[in-house]
Design a protein around this ligand. Structure first.
Ligand code: EPZ
Length: 416
């Protein structure tokens, strides 16, 4: 069965190691197309989205091999430039191949990547920014072609700090003619990781970790070995589970420097945080407190990718919490599922009003997307009785083994 079964209501106790970052490694895998040789990427999570990106790279002529959590990509020969059908539709981050392929071969034909339940997820910001660099884009109903003889540097201000559009522009600029300045760039840790990877391969990038990136095109990039940072959203998910269930857990090698907004929120809810060289700990000895108003924002605000998970914790907090989702237009999909567990939540436009209950009741619930699915596991671990979360495959897109990790933290949980 494609589900996860758990018996909730117990404290969480124990420690677990945090995996490599999905959202960092996907653009880095795309960037390997810019290197006519071999890249060795360490700490790569074994998750469905990475396997999917591997298939896309292999369809383009790359050789991809694994050794544990190390993935090696040989992009010496890239021979295909049309990305179509199921491969692209199934995963939005395939759009990141656009900038890399334009940088490598100057031409791409691609079906529009699928939106998903959290929003339409258009790619207009990607296409507009690339067209500023001389890319000619012809849009048809279900697909588009992008062509350029030689990418040209440009001084461009992003209308919105889109993570993916910033990544695509960085990938296009690395080998472009002249200098590209990206203003109002996204500055999520995944952007920093991509820039570090490219700089290790010989790219010339200034302003990393700021909203203004200056990229001076170089002739070519060389082979590189790079270790992916750990996943801040996976670590955040487990930290929030401790808030919802109470207990005492330690997250080995959690990327603390990327979790400040969540750590502050956890402290306000009543969590006692400990930080040391090896990772992040949290003790939650009594029922957590509500948060009067929590807004999701671009980095380094509270991440939208932890919004569903914190909602699951707020559902059992003392008092009324309000969440304002400012990044995606439809990211309250799990509210109906949490209501099946007895949660008292109502939504109005992009705000959710949560009145905490002492306890949720176990139920059979349906995951509809990655982070909402993880949030339902958090709710199930805090609820009394048995919870079954169906559509486990959504969760496996981003979590290497959520059951293994939660069992390390003392939970009674298994795949079903
Ligand atoms: C990345 O998606 C992440 N995915 C998302 O994580 C994350 O939620 C998001 O950034 C925001 O932090 C990966 O890195 C693979 P955006 P991305 O472009 O790049 C709108 C997860 O759970 N927009 O910053 O698609 C868009 O619709 C995933 O791991 C346009 O309108 O995010 C959204 O409302 C979910 N036009 C907002 O901007 C565009 O051309 C933010 O999108 C592009 C985006």
């Amino acid at each position: 069965m494609d589900s996860i079964h758990m018996y909730g209501g117990n404290f969480l106790r124990g420690e677990t190691k945090i995996q490599g970052s999905k959202n960092a490694v996907l653009p880095i895998l795309a960037a390997s197309l810019l290197i006519k040789g071999t890249c060795v990427i360490e700490n790569c999570p074994r998750i469905a989205d990475v396997y999917h990106m591997q298939n896309l790279l292999q369809e383009l002529g790359c050789t991809v091999t694994w050794s544990g959590n190390q993935i090696t990509v040989d992009a010496s020969y890239v021979n295909e430039n049309s990305m179509g059908g199921e491969s692209v539709r199934r995963m939005r981050s395939s759009v990141m191949l656009l900038g890399a392929l334009l940088g490598r071969i100057g031409e791409v034909a691609m079906t529009y990547p699928g939106g998903c339940v959290i929003g339409k997820r258009p790619i207009d910001l990607h296409l507009t920014s690339l067209s500023q660099m001389g890319v000619e884009i012809v849009e048809e109903e279900y697909h588009f072609t992008a062509k350029v003889k030689k990418l040209k540097g440009v001084d461009y201000t992003m209308p919105f700090p889109s993570v993916g559009a910033t990544e695509n522009m960085i990938l296009a600029a690395a080998l472009a003619e002249g200098t590209t300045v990206i203003r109002n760039a996204a500055k999520e840790p995944e952007i920093t990781a991509l820039c570090e990877f490219l700089k290790a391969a010989g790219a010339n990038i200034e302003g990393v970790e700021t909203k203004v990136l200056t990229i001076t095109g170089v002739k070519e990039l060389h082979e590189v070995k790079y270790k992916v940072p750990n996943d801040r959203i996976v670590a955040g998910t487990y930290l929030i589970a401790a808030l919802a269930c109470s207990g005492s857990i330690f997250l080995e090698q959690a990327p603390i420097e990327h979790l400040h907004a969540l750590i502050e929120t956890a402290k306000h809810m009543g969590g006692n945080i400990t930080v040391n060289g090896d990772g992040l700990g949290i003790d939650v000895i009594r029922r957590i407190k509500a948060i009067p108003c929590l807004k999701t924002e671009v980095y380094d605000g509270f991440p939208t990718d932890l919004q569903s998970q914190i909602m699951a914790a707020m559902a059992v907090a003392k008092g009324e919490s309000i969440i304002e989702e400012t990044i995606f237009e439809n990211r309250f999909r799990i509210v109906d599922e949490l209501r099946k567990m007895g949660a008292d939540i109502r939504t109005e436009k992009n705000r959710a009003y949560i009145i905490g209950r002492k306890r949720l009741e176990g139920a059979v619930v349906e995951a509809e997307e990655l982070r909402g699915g993880a949030a339902l596991v958090v709710a199930g671990l805090s609820a009394k009785g048995k919870t079954v979360v169906n559509n486990r495959h959504f969760i496996e897109r981003g979590y290497e083994d959520i059951c293994r990790d939660f069992r390390n933290l003392g939970a009674d949980i298994n795949i079903g």
